[in-house]
Ligand binder design. Structure first.
Ligand SMILES: NC(=O)c1ccc[n+]([C@@H]2O[C@H](COP(=O)([O-])OP(=O)(O)OC[C@H]3O[C@@H](n4cnc5c(N)ncnc54)[C@H](OP(=O)(O)O)[C@@H]3O)[C@@H](O)[C@H]2O)c1
Length: 178
């Protein structure tokens, strides 16, 4: 395992369908307003680390948080207030700086597939929303080794007004010995 960077721990926040799908093209493959509210509650006041595709998909800086976007494309720019890094290492460093500026205790990794895969070995906790649906989609959550992770919380199923399907919140933490 790669050693975790010092500073604020990395935390993944991801909604995944039963068939492993997390995206369709640039978009989410399900509509879950309740989960978006929870995403906001989990991430407010913290740095958000994301890949270019996810930033483009969201389309704007999310209020109350500071976005750190990674892209190697020299022609890609970001609006004022968003931090841009040209490599994952630079993004991880920048996210720690932002956590310090914000007084945040965690760096929230919010996708997409490539960034989840690249940061998984460095991550302490995963907030999974397991969506009880098997939608079409071409972006799958990178597999993680269940032996490395312990379920520490489970809540659900829930389905609020406007939610396309029921979903269950599951929190995983890296096993101490892993
Ligand atoms: N269900 C969920 O919870 C959830 C959450 C987030 C996203 N998603 C979905 O995930 C999909 C997007 O995922 P994705 O894997 O295609 O894209 P992504 O991880 O969001 O972004 C990939 C881009 O980030 C940049 N990047 C990543 N690692 C880099 C590195 N080490 N160095 C330099 N640049 C790096 C590259 O940008 P350049 O090409 O510009 O160099 C790369 O093309 C969408 O469908 C989205 O809706 C789902």
């Amino acid at each position: 395992m790669n050693s975790a960077p010092s500073g604020a721990p990395l935390v993944h926040v991801v909604a995944v369908a039963e068939n492993g799908v997390i995206g369709r093209g640039l978009d989410l493959p399900f509509r879950l307003p309740s989960d978006l509210k929870r995403f906001k509650a989990l991430t407010l006041g913290k740095p958000l680390l994301m890949g270019r595709q996810t930033f483009v998909s969201i389309g704007r800086p999310l209020p109350g948080r500071i976005s750190v976007v990674v892209s190697a494309d020299p022609d890609f720019g970001v609006p004022e207030g968003v931090r841009l890094a040209r490599s994952l290492d630079a993004a991880l460093g920048l996210a720690q700086d932002v956590a310090g500026e914000m007084g945040a205790e965690e760096v929230m990794v919010i996708g997409g597939r490539r960034v989840f895969a690249e940061t998984l070995p460095l991550t302490h906790r995963i907030h999974l929303t397991k969506v009880h649906l098997s939608p079409e989609g071409d972006v799958l959550l990178p597999p993680y080794d269940p032996a490395m992770w312990q379920e520490v919380a489970r809540d659900g199923p829930h389905q609020g007004p406007g939610d396309e399907a029921p979903f269950t919140y599951v929190t995983l933490e890296r096993r101490q010995s892993a």
